[in-house]
Design a protein around this ligand. Sequence first.
Ligand SMILES: [Zn+2]
Length: 109
Amino acid sequence: MVEQTCIRCKKTFPATAEYFNRTKAAKSGLYAYCKACSKEKVQEWQRNHPERMQEYRRKARATDPDRVKGYSRTHRERKKAKLEQLLKEKDARIAELEAQLNALREVTT
Ligand SMILES: [Zn+2]
């Protein structure tokens, strides 16, 4: 069975989608980080970028329903959910790019 070692926790898992997220960018088709580490990377990024999270919360407050008339609650909720989803995807993408970069560095050094 083909195995892959996570570049973060250095644990070896079977190289399947059960242990590694899939990515088209990597040769193996799998992330260099195991699933657990991928999740941690995103949380780590959020911890390391509190100003981004603060900015996000500030913007969310700016769309306060009591101040913005004619802005329906459902519309706002939908928009909020969409923005949160986009942010999550962006964080995951950043973590993915970092993982790819680290993987490349491992190869060249
Ligand atoms: Zn790992």
